[in-house]
Design a protein around this ligand. Structure first.
Ligand code: CTP
Length: 401
């Protein structure tokens, strides 16, 4: 699995550095090609000689001193690597990486990385839980890096808690898992919407719909698994997202969803609009609970902004727009109409006539339509398989991906 893969290992000054020779040995045993970079303080914990012997290459600490007269270019290393693993990473280096403070070779190499980056923090419990460390971790995660969470256990200080660098075998498993999975959306930013919107009538009542959000959540997870940087904007649902790499924004109303989408859309490569956005919202929201005085009541509604249609107007050449259409009756004709009207690249048709498809079920049956016509007339499948079909269809468009 890792045979021939080019891996850069970056070591910083933490006691956990003593575990890295073992990680290097495991990688070499798998026939990976390894280059090691160390910060000057890392050399106090483990010697460059040990690491160069195990990695079968010179170790870079200071590009001028350690290179036997050869110039080590951090940019070259950045393009050479298939993956970079920074382990262990101290609170100090986390801060530098998160803020682009490139005062040593290791951080310059990190900033030059064109490949996926794995970061394994290691530090004492109090330093790890400090808000500034947590903020730096969040920032690094939001840049698309994978954080290898430290384990809870005995720490060098004698304390016990989170902060212990994960074991070399587990770091190796993460690398194996990464190279096994399809990374065909790596480097792309995908915005996914999911769930219903709730339009307030008064402080306790709203107009909503039965969307569970499952289709959108599944697409977001699948896109992240395939390497995309994903933002999920969801209306109210009971679903939990346990992928910390996905940036999750929760909204309630169509107006809030409109605001969130228009804010994130300019930096997105692809928008997949799976949310069931309300078409109408009450003209006025009563500030107090409406009393049942009369036998009949009426509600005045106004149209919400059609988010897709609006973004279709703003779409740039390198952006892709994917919409959904929930139809009964002449589905294909209506879906093609929406595709054209909203300037979409793909539309995913759900037919209300199909049993087991649509809202509140774990399965779906979709027809995927592009400007050229029907690309896929799908069978009834689990929503994860449908998400795969949708992402494969986006891939096939070959625009921008
Ligand atoms: N949509 C949207 N903003 C709205 C309403 C819908 O962005 N205010 C999006 C949905 O997320 C979906 C697509 O438009 O991706 C089509 O939604 P659908 O409800 O099928 O169609 P509508 O355009 O609302 O038309 P109609 O309800 O009349 O069929």
């Amino acid at each position: 699995m890792l045979k021939g893969k080019k891996i850069v290992i970056g070591i910083t000054g933490s006691i956990a550095a003593y575990k890295i020779p073992f990680l290097v040995r495991l990688l070499i045993r798998e026939e990976a090609m390894v280059r090691v970079i160390m910060t000057p303080s890392a050399t106090g914990f483990v010697t460059p000689l040990t690491l160069s012997t195990l990695s079968r290459a010179n170790v870079i600490v200071d590009p001028f001193k350690e290179s036997n007269g050869e110039w080590n270019n951090h940019v070259d290393l950045g393009s050479w690597a298939d993956a970079m693993v920074f382990a262990p990473v101290t609170a100090n280096t986390l801060g530098k990486m998160a803020n682009g403070i490139a005062d040593n070779f290791l951080v310059t190499a990190y900033l030059s990385a064109k490949c996926p980056v794995f970061i394994a923090p290691a530090m004492d419990l109090d330093m790890y839980i400090h808000p500034s460390t947590q903020k730096n971790i969040q920032v690094l995660r939001s840049y698309g890096n994978t954080i290898i969470e430290p384990q809870v256990g005995e720490l060098a200080s004698g304390l016990s808690g989170p902060g212990r660098m994960d074991e070399p075998e587990n770091i190796l498993s993460q690398l194996r898992f990464f190279f096994e999975r399809k990374q065909d959306f790596y480097g792309k930013t995908i915005l996914v919407t999911a769930g219903p919107t709730y339009e307030a009538i008064d402080p306790v009542r709203f107009i909503g719909n039965h969307s569970s959000g499952l289709m959108g959540y599944t697409i977001a997870e699948e896109a992240s698994r395939r390497g995309a940087r994903v933002t999920l904007i969801s209306g109210p649902t009971h679903l939990e997202l346990d992928n910390p790499e996905i940036h999750h924004e929760k909204v309630v109303s169509a107006a809030e969803m409109y605001h969130a989408c228009t804010t994130s859309f300019p930096t997105a490569d692809i928008l997949i609009m799976a949310a069931a956005v309300a078409d109408y919202t009450p003209s006025e929201v009563s500030p107090v609970k409406i009393k049942k005085k009369e036998k009949t009541g009426s509600l005045y509604l106004k149209k919400t902004t059609d988010i897709l249609e609006e973004l279709g107007k703003r779409k740039k050449k390198n952006q892709l727009l994917v919409g959904f259409a929930l139809e009964s009756g002449d589905g294909i004709k209506n879906a093609i109409g929406k595709l054209r009207k909203k300037n979409l690249d793909l539309i995913i048709l759900n037919s209300l006539d199909d049993k087991g498809a649509g809202f509140e079920v774990a399965t779906n049956k979709v027809t995927i339509i592009s400007k050229k016509g029907v690309l896929l007339a799908g069978e009834l499948k689990d929503k994860r398989a449908v998400a795969t079909d949708i992402l494969d269809a986006i891939k096939k468009l070959k625009v921008n991906t």
